[in-house]
Design a protein around this ligand. Structure first.
Ligand code: KG4
Ligand code: ZN
Length: 349
């Protein structure tokens, strides 16, 4: 079975082709970062319009890259949600129309299931059951995965997602959008011993997170030292680096504390890290240490598949289509879509 995956949930247009026997045959990504940079964040209407412009050239590119003709395609998978509804509608209507005109089935893929399963595209994929830490711009979740579609949420953020906290703190530090990678670079110059930020919600039992206070703590630290909260930080480079470093350390340590707790509570011996913040090297180093200490194996997608991409959608869609999941001709686009509403599959990949 050979499936096209289409991702348009936010600010990246991704198209990929996955073959059940041959693996990932091609993938292409167009990032809208430059388009949104001037606004300091994603402008939903601009995102939708740009997805329209990019989809056909990207599709042509992956078909060519993988020497695939349309007759070889057995299905279309598109991101059905959660995400920006206008952006989702572009991918959903494109994917559905393509499926209809090529006479193949289509399936709406849950964006977070895509992220969760991205490590399956690597050489030594994890087998279920495993614990997954899903850290993106919109979500922070600890999930117990017992099979494809069998997801139990163990903990989640009560306010900002960790990626959102990175982005907002980066803005306070006068860094551009997207803030996560820029903050990581600035933090590398910081002195880890200068400030100690709190580790939110780690002093009480439970696996939920709260990251909005960390951003406020960063703002207060900046203000107390003469920085402004408007993004025009007056502080010198070293001071800004020290704040970035303290923020990153607190975010990473908080995630590590909750992962340790979840691993100990569940007794699981495999940990998957997925989503954009999973690209953060300080988080990777910290979790690697935790893994060594607890005898837990860690699994990451390759860096380019931590952030949004079409490959993870093609993979998840292929499993669902292969298991016979079908849907009517109406297309699905859901801004909100709880992952634990997904149907489990008998076949495991
Ligand atoms: O998974 P993703 O591409 O999109 C969503 O589904 O949200 O994640 C994007 C998020 C952004 O908040 C971005 O700042 C963050 O991931 N991010 C990082 C890094 N790379 C991306 N955060 C910290 N360190 C990074 N290296
Ligand atoms: Zn994502």
């Amino acid at each position: 079975m050979r499936v096209i995956g289409i991702e348009t949930s936010c600010d990246e247009t991704g198209v990929a082709i996955y073959d059940r026997d041959e693996g990932l045959l091609g993938h292409a990504l167009y990032s809208q970062i430059e388009l949104h940079q001037a606004y300091g964040g994603v402008v939903p209407e601009l995102a939708s319009r740009d997805h329209i412009r990019r989809l056909i050239p990207l599709l042509r590119q992956v078909l060519e890259q993988s020497s695939t003709s349309r007759a070889q395609i057995n299905g279309i998978a598109y991101t059905g949600g959660p995400g920006l509804v206008g952006a989702l509608l572009v991918g959903a209507s494109f994917g559905r129309s393509l499926a209809w005109s090529w006479g193949v089935p289509a399936v709406a893929v849950h964006h977070l299931e895509g992220h969760l399963l991205a490590p399956m595209l690597e050489a030594a994929p994890p087998s279920a059951p495993f614990l997954a830490l899903l850290v993106s711009g919109g979500h922070t979740l600890l999930i117990r995965v017992d099979g494809i579609g069998q997801y139990q949420i163990l903990g989640e953020t009560l306010d900002d997602a960790v990626g959102e906290a990175f982005d907002k703190t980066a803005k306070l530090l006068g860094l551009g959008y997207p803030g996560g990678p820029a903050l990581e670079r600035l933090a590398a110059q910081g002195d880890a011993g200068r400030f100690r930020f709190p580790r939110p919600m780690t002093d009480r039992p439970g696996l939920d997170f709260s990251f909005s206070g960390l951003k406020t703590y960063a703002m207060n630290t900046l203000q107390a030292q003469g920085g402004t909260s408007s993004g025009e930080t007056q502080g010198d480079e070293q001071f800004r680096g020290d704040v970035a470093c303290a923020f990153q350390q607190a975010a990473v340590e908080t995630l590590a504390i909750k992962c340790r707790r979840a691993l100990q509570q569940t007794g699981l011996s495999r940990l998957v890290i997925a989503g954009g913040v999973g690209a953060n090297s300080s988080l990777r180093e910290r979790l690697n240490l935790l893994g060594q200490e607890l005898g837990v194996s860690l699994y990451y997608p390759r860096l380019e598949f931590c952030t949004d991409n079409g490959a993870m959608i093609a993979y998840a869609g292929c499993l669902r289509l292969e298991a016979g999941q079908t849907e009517g001709p109406a297309f699905n686009a859901r801004a909100r879509w709880p992952i634990d509403e997904l149907q489990g599959l008998r076949a495991e990949g």
